[in-house]
Design a protein around this ligand. Structure first.
Ligand code: VGL
Ligand code: ZN
Length: 202
């Protein structure tokens, strides 16, 4: 069985949001169009405590975009985003929520970020997504959403490592592009790992 994983399609990643992804809103219509073709649809939700240590605001004298070490791990500092219970953390209002079977929240531990929907960035703890999919006999996943060069990429790479057949719905993904070329590099890395890049509408 094949599942669709909708990655972090949340207000804070849409235009006007705290960590807006350029043209991030374009993925909502793609998600709505593609969802009915899958037997199972899972959404991930970035879900940070207000004092999450990936927030630049938590580190005196540091600014957004700097890279520091948090609990022994490299961490890019982001603006405050997807704070638990805030409007920015909600799934996009136009996303057809009734088509989503399950939501996996991640990034809940203040000391470690979680780009992947499966594990935190150091693979210390699982989010429950793998068990959820395995219990339902899922063997293949298509991944789309935000942001292509962070959470979509790491979710797809972990899915490959976990043994799923993985597709990237490229038309349904947009990236932050902190540095020019990040999105192309992300797609290249996914391709090399064995992710099938699915282009264009269907
Ligand atoms: C994301 C940065 C920080 C993402 C989440 O969803 O790609 N990026 N938190
Ligand atoms: Zn985050």
């Amino acid at each position: 069985m094949k599942a669709l994983i909708l990655v972090d399609i949340q207000n804070d990643f849409l235009p006007g949001g705290a960590l807006a992804v350029p043209n991030g809103d374009a993925v909502v219509a793609v998600a709505n169009r593609r969802m009915p073709a899958y037997e199972l649809v899972v959404a991930t939700q970035d879900w940070h405590p207000a004092d999450h240590q990936s927030f630049a605001s938590q580190h005196a004298g540091r600014s957004v975009g700097e890279v520091i070490t948090v609990d022994g791990l490299e961490q890019i500092l982001w603006p405050d985003h997807c704070v638990q219970g805030s409007p920015g953390a909600e799934l996009a209002a136009e996303l057809h929520a009734e088509g989503i079977d399950h939501v996996i929240r991640k990034g809940t531990d203040k000391w470690i970020d979680s780009y992947s929907g499966f594990f935190d960035n150091d693979h210390r703890k699982a989010t429950g997504l793998y068990d959820y999919l395995k219990q339902r006999r899922v063997s293949a996943v298509d991944v789309m959403g935000l942001a292509l060069d962070y959470c979509v990429k790491f979710t797809a790479l972990d899915a490959v490592e976990l043994g799923f057949e993985v597709g990237l719905l490229a038309e349904g993904a947009r990236g932050v592009e902190r540095s020019p070329g990040d999105c192309d590099a992300a797609i290249r890395r996914m391709k090399e790992a064995g992710v099938q890049i699915v282009e264009g509408p269907s």
